[in-house]
Structures are given as C-alpha cells and as structure tokens.
Design a protein around this ligand. Structure first.
Ligand SMILES: C[S@@+](CC[C@H](N)C(=O)[O-])C[C@H]1O[C@@H](n2cnc3c(N)ncnc32)[C@H](O)[C@@H]1O
Length: 230
C-alpha cells in the first residue's frame, strides 16, 4: 500500500479526513447501544480458531483487538498468557474487566477502552496479536486499520491472526444482500506485510455453521489469515 492509495480511501474507510471523527463517534455509539441493550452480547467461549492456534504456541504476551466483552483475552489468560484487550465500547470493556476478575485472571488481563483509529500497541511486544470479527463486523473500511495496528505489534517469531466473517448471513436483510466481504487473499494483502519478514502459515476458510434467529442452520465459514514474523 502506498501513501496515495491510503489517501484515496474515502473517510469512512481511512478513519481520517473530513467527517471521520463524526463517523467514528457514530459507530462507537452504535456499538455502545448494542452492548447496553443486552446483559451479554457474546459467548464466553474462546474463538475456536484462536483456541486451535494458541494450542500450538508457547504462552507469552497476547493482544486481542476489538475484544468485545473479553472472552478471548480471558481464555488466553486462563491458558497462561498475559493478554491485552482493546475495544472502544466502554460497556464491553467494563464487562471484560469484571469477568476477568470473576475468573481469577484479572492480574493477567489488561483491558483498554480505546478507538483503534488512534490507539497504538507497544511495538514488537506481542507473541500473538489477534483480531476476530472486526473488519467484517464493520462491513468495509477497517482493513486499513488492521494494517496499521496489528503487524507492528508482533514480536520476532510471533504470530498474527485474523479471523473474519466470509459473508453476511442470509437473514441479515436487504442492505447486506449480495455484499461481498474480504476473502482470505484480500485480507492477507490488506495487512501490507513487509516482504521477506513474514511467513504465511494459513490463508483460507475454516468451516463454521451459524443458526438464524429461527434456528435454521447454515454454513458461514470464517476467513483465517495466520502469519508468523521471522
Ligand atoms: C463483532 S464484535 C467482535 C467482538 C469480539 N472480537 C468477538 O469475537 O466476540 C466487533 C467489536 O469491534 C469493536 N470495534 C469496532 N470498531 C472499533 C474501533 N474503531 N476501535 C475499537 N473497537 C472497535 C466493537 O465495539 C465490537 O466490540
């Protein structure tokens, strides 16, 4: 990605430029409202891809971007990692802190309420830097953010993991019908990884099924991109 490409992205994609602050505030408010509207939005189970990948790694320091209510960061801490979770929804972060304490891993988890458009991790500090359902959740426009935040966070020898939705569910309504989400290759390219510095371990689809509100089960594979810093 060259500077002119980034500049050419519209404000809603770059989180920069005229109107971007208002768009970010509106998105944060929308997420806040979703979290406030339910006792709990997401399960406490770890993401299955994360669990599979982490099982192959030595526990170290982990970063979970857009961590929601903290299930993945809390699970990592329970497996011996020290984890940092970041999300701009303060209600979600408050729940994550409370759950971590309840599970006895409060000391091993740090939760930060911050917008990824502005927050930056400690460079090269994480043995695992992950994000689950962030770019697809926002539709488009968050891929550029991943490139800015994730790769610089990863320590030499560390793993970068992106798990995303490959498509919207069939019941998600006309506004999303036919909308294409970034596939594995596009997701990998969007990370703008420096040539020679990274080894691609996985770039593909992981089978997954989801149930509609009426209980109809349909396939909805996840996009999985896993790379290791050399
Ligand atoms: C679909 S949820 C995924 C939550 C969690 N990763 C999981 O897998 O359950 C997307 C999350 O991204 C967060 N988010 C969206 N845009 C963000 C931003 N610019 N900065 C920080 N968090 C953001 C939302 O608050 C929400 O918690």
């Amino acid at each position: 990605m060259h500077e002119h490409d980034r500049a050419a992205r519209p404000a809603h994609e770059t989180f920069e430029g005229p109107g971007a602050t208002a768009i970010r505030d509106e998105r944060r408010e929308r997420w806040e409202a979703r979290y406030r509207g339910a006792d709990r939005l997401w399960s406490l189970e770890p993401n299955p891809v994360l669990a599979r990948v982490a099982a192959e790694l030595e526990p170290g320091r982990a970063l979970d971007l857009a961590c929601g209510e903290g299930a993945d960061a809390i699970w990592l801490a329970s497996q011996g990692w020290r984890s940092v979770g970041v999300d701009f929804a303060e209600t979600a972060i408050a729940r994550a802190r409370a759950k971590a304490a309840e599970h006895g891993v409060g000391e091993r988890c740090e939760f930060v309420a911050a917008d990824l458009a502005a927050w930056r991790p400690e460079a090269g500090a994480f043995d695992l830097a992950a994000v689950h359902y962030f770019h697809a959740a926002e539709g488009f426009g968050t891929l550029g953010l991943l490139a800015e935040v994730l790769p610089p966070a990863v320590a030499p020898g560390g793993t970068l993991l992106v798990v995303g939705h490959s498509a919207f569910p069939s019941w998600s309504g006309p506004a999303r019908a036919g909308v294409t989400l970034p596939g594995p290759e596009e997701t990998l390219e969007s990370l703008e990884l420096e040539a020679g510095e990274w080894a691609v371990v996985e770039c593909g689809l992981e089978p997954r099924t989801v149930a509609s509100p009426e209980g109809v089960v349909e396939p909805r594979p996840d996009v999985v991109v896993r790379v290791r810093r050399r």
